[in-house]
Design a binder for this molecule. Structure first.
Ligand SMILES: [Zn+2]
Length: 372
């Protein structure tokens, strides 16, 4: 190619890039003004997910419907698909909560899901083989879809409802924990990696649409995997700041989605506590020096735990507890409401570690009845 041709090509290309950037900005601006006018005109759909709770209740959201268990299929999967129930069992055993003081999650209905997902995507979940691919439970492909809806997708929809509910409660009470959720590989148009609904995107969009005081959010994603779902959803949305710390060598390796990450650390195999905690704390304090969001959504995956076949890192149970503590301390220091979801990590010991971590947050008064 002649240098003249190369020159005009590069001029044409940069014009195209500017065009595309401008039209993307225009698209985001249009979407934001649509949302504002929906808010103003009160055109939001009725949802059962935004409820007020009693002052005697903890903003800890859970339902027994979270747990996936049927036909012994759960044994074919490397995941402990009953971990959510075990976390609550341990918290009850330690007398931190009881059936009355916990908030019962409601299933997200189609209207709720449509705040982020397209009808086209939701219709795709009516095909068992698609759900089998998303959940990585292959026998699911051979089951009639009504069973899949009830036994697999309903638990996910209830956990998704739980994240949306916890978003509101975090604003009301300064903090909230969804015992499940954290499906950070699912974007508005695509599921994957055990994630069928984009609960993090949904929780944030609900807040933007319904809560006047929330117009910016920070996602702190500390699961071992990259959170490509919310990253794709918020790619061009400058109201959402994303921090992601993950193993650089594992799923999903989504180079396109990485462009949405504002603060990123890509870890090596078998990273241990001291290096991990030092990196996370330094990055978090840098991020919170740069911006003060209206809410932090903390994706607290525990697949960073030593021995996790999928995560490939080597963090101890104590390291996980210290990590969660550091995130809540940072939120408290900056007076930012925080919503925690539990995300990945399905070893047999995981539920006990998550419960211990929540108990530790309580002991340190990082979670209590405080009002910001
Ligand atoms: Zn993960």
């Amino acid at each position: 190619m002649s240098s003249l041709a190369a020159g005009s090509l590069s001029v044409w290309l940069s014009a195209r890039i500017v065009d595309r950037t401008n039209s993307r900005k225009e698209h985001v601006r249009k979407k934001m003004s649509e949302q504002n006018s929906r808010k103003k005109d009160n055109l939001l759909h009725n949802t059962k997910l935004y409820i007020d709770i009693l002052s005697t209740q903890w903003p800890i959201v859970y339902s027994p419907d979270y747990n996936i268990s049927f036909l012994g299929l759960e044994k074919l999967h490397p995941f402990d698909s009953g971990k959510w129930g075990k976390i609550v069992y341990f918290l009850k055993e330690e007398k931190m909560i009881n059936d009355e003081s916990i908030v019962k999650a409601q299933e997200a209905q189609e209207d709720d899901l449509l705040v982020v997902h397209s009808k086209r995507y939701l219709n795709k979940l009516k095909w068992s083989f698609i759900v089998a691919t998303i959940t990585e439970i292959l026998p699911v492909a051979f089951l009639p879809n009504f069973i899949i809806q009830r036994k697999v997708l309903r638990p996910f929809r209830t956990q998704t409802g739980g994240t949306i509910m916890a978003g509101k409660l975090a604003i009301d009470r300064g903090w909230a924990i969804n015992v499940g959720g954290g499906f950070h590989h699912c974007s508005s148009e695509q599921g994957g990696g055990f994630c069928a609904y984009a609960d993090i995107t949904l929780a944030i969009k609900f807040l933007f649409e319904r809560v006047e005081a929330v117009s910016t959010a920070m996602i702190i994603d500390l699961d071992a995997h990259q959170g490509n779902g919310h990253e794709r959803d918020f790619m061009d949305d400058n109201r959402v700041y994303i921090m992601d710390v993950f193993n650089r060598y594992i799923y999903p390796g989504d180079g396109f989605a990485k462009r949405a990450i504002k603060w990123k650390i890509e870890l090596d195999w078998d990273t241990e506590d001291s290096e991990y905690l030092q990196k996370v704390e330094t990055l978090m304090s840098k991020a919170l020096q740069e911006v003060t969001p209206d809410i932090i959504v903390y994706n607290a995956g525990t697949d960073i735990l030593d021995g996790d076949q999928l995560g490939g890192l080597a963090i101890s149970p104590q390291g996980i507890i210290k990590r969660d503590q550091a995130v809540f301390e940072a939120a408290q220091k900056h007076k930012i409401p925080i919503l925690m979801v539990t995300s990945g990590g399905y070893q047999r010991s995981t539920a006990r570690i998550i419960a211990d971590s929540i108990l530790n947050l309580h002991r340190l008064q990082l979670i209590d009845q405080r009002v910001l």
